[in-house]
Design a protein around this ligand. Structure first.
Ligand code: HEM
Length: 379
């Protein structure tokens, strides 16, 4: 009896494995795979190992300071739009700026934003990133109204006060984790802008909860190029644009097709997951000279980087209906933060640190530094 039960179990297990393998072969099979007609075909690519796909390869690449080979190899083999299988799902990956633009603009129509369930659970169904349709439109424009005009003199003065107040808390010769401090400022400012509450014990306890929940999500802020080009802040903005290009915290956005999408010779079927990679575009030599070299001066000249063509390629804050509402605020805060940091302090790294890109873009240790005040005090 026991032997029969074992045989039955083994047969059932074998049937499951065969079914999974068949499904896998179908996934690989392009047009034969499903609802697509004979002539329509998915972008080329590889779905990797059964079940895990190419997830482990992607994660191990993104845990290094140089994740580019993962994308480079596939773009070289298949072109700018290719198919992979990551995080349990067949996913079309786009390193093509024109397709990325289409996807951003088509939000709410041909595609909708679709983030991994871990992010959805953390943020909650009512967060702006996850709402859709009319509710999203209303909430987005409301948020933009609150966050969108940081260049006004009162707000600039407020940001300035907030940055200096944070720096005054740094003990002389103490070690600080620069990333944590930058996040603290962004958080306090966002709370102030959204619900008009000044930093204090309540915001601090809220921030601790927030850090626990979303480690590194929407963290380091940034620039405001066109308005202040000749000021110290304006100078800082170049640095900042280049940081957003080379080391942006958001490497791209997830979408899901609401309908079959035809692009070039391919058809991406309804329901398919799509990842529009900004990073792959920003680090492509076709779009930027020596794209993998950090060179803030490339932003100095009003050349093609600044015109409409350049704007289509440079999308660190996304675009279309989900354009980041914090895009100006982030730029201004980081300009002011960097300005005060470099004019008032010198520092040295206390431990060697490095950038990683999984699960988020960040320095592994929060960039711990030993600070020295350049003048007697921070006024
Ligand atoms: C360097 C800093 C930042 C970067 C690179 C960034 C980037 C982005 C990107 C790419 C999106 C689009 C997501 C998508 O299309 O699915 C986005 C959305 C969003 N960002 Fe930012 N962001 C930054 C800072 C901020 C700040 C400081 C705030 C708030 C004060 C903020 C609030 C939001 C919100 C609420 C959304 C959701 C918008 C929507 O779905 O309608 N971001 N951000």
């Amino acid at each position: 009896m026991a032997a029969a039960a074992l045989l039955l179990l083994a047969a059932a297990a074998a049937a499951v494995v065969v079914a999974m393998a068949l499904r896998w072969l179908l996934l690989l099979g392009g047009p034969a795979a499903g609802r697509l007609g004979k002539r329509a075909r998915m972008p080329p690519g590889s779905t990797g190992l059964p079940l895990i796909g190419e997830t482990l390869r992607l994660i191990s690449a993104y845990k290094t300071p140089n994740p580019e080979p993962f994308i480079d190899e596939r773009v070289a083999r298949h072109g700018g739009v290719f198919t992979t299988h990551v995080f349990g799902e067949r996913t079309v990956f786009s390193a093509d700026p024109a397709f990325n633009r289409l996807l951003l603009a088509a939000e709410g129509r041909a595609v909708h934003s679709s983030y991994p369930s871990s992010i959805a659970t953390l943020l909650g169904a009512r967060s702006l990133l996850l709402t859709r349709g009319a509710a999203h439109k209303r909430l987005h424009s409301l948020t933009l109204t609150r966050l969108g005009r940081p260049a006004s003199p009162p707000l600039l003065a407020h940001i300035d006060r907030l940055v200096l107040a944070t720096m005054r808390q740094w003990e002389p010769a103490a070690t600080v984790r620069l990333m944590d401090e930058a996040k603290k400022i962004t958080f306090n400012l966002t709370v102030k802008q959204l619900v008009s509450i000044e930093p204090g014990p309540w915001t601090e306890s809220l921030r601790r909860e927030y850090v626990k929940l979303i480690d590194g999500f929407f963290s380091i802020p940034f620039p405001l190029a066109n308005l202040l080009p000749f000021t110290t802040y304006g100078q800082a903005l170049k640095v900042i644009n280049e940081t957003l290009r080379v080391g942006n915290i958001i490497s791209g956005v997830f979408r899901r097709a609401n309908t079959d999408i035809h692009y070039k010779d391919y058809t991406i079927p309804k329901g398919c997951k799509i990842f529009a990679s900004f990073r792959a575009v920003h680090l492509n030599n076709e779009h930027y000279e020596n794209a993998r070299t950090f060179n803030p001066w490339r932003w100095q000249i009003n050349n093609k980087l600044q015109n409409a063509v350049g704007a289509n390629i440079f999308t660190p804050f996304g675009g279309g209906p989900r354009l980041c509402p914090g895009y100006e605020l982030a730029r201004v805060v980081v300009s002011i933060f960097l300005h005060h940091l470099v004019t008032r302090f010198s520092w040295e790294e206390t431990e060697e640190d490095r950038l990683v890109f999984f699960p988020t873009t960040r320095t592994l240790k929060g960039y711990p530094i030993n600070l020295r005040l350049l003048s007697e005090s921070i006024c």
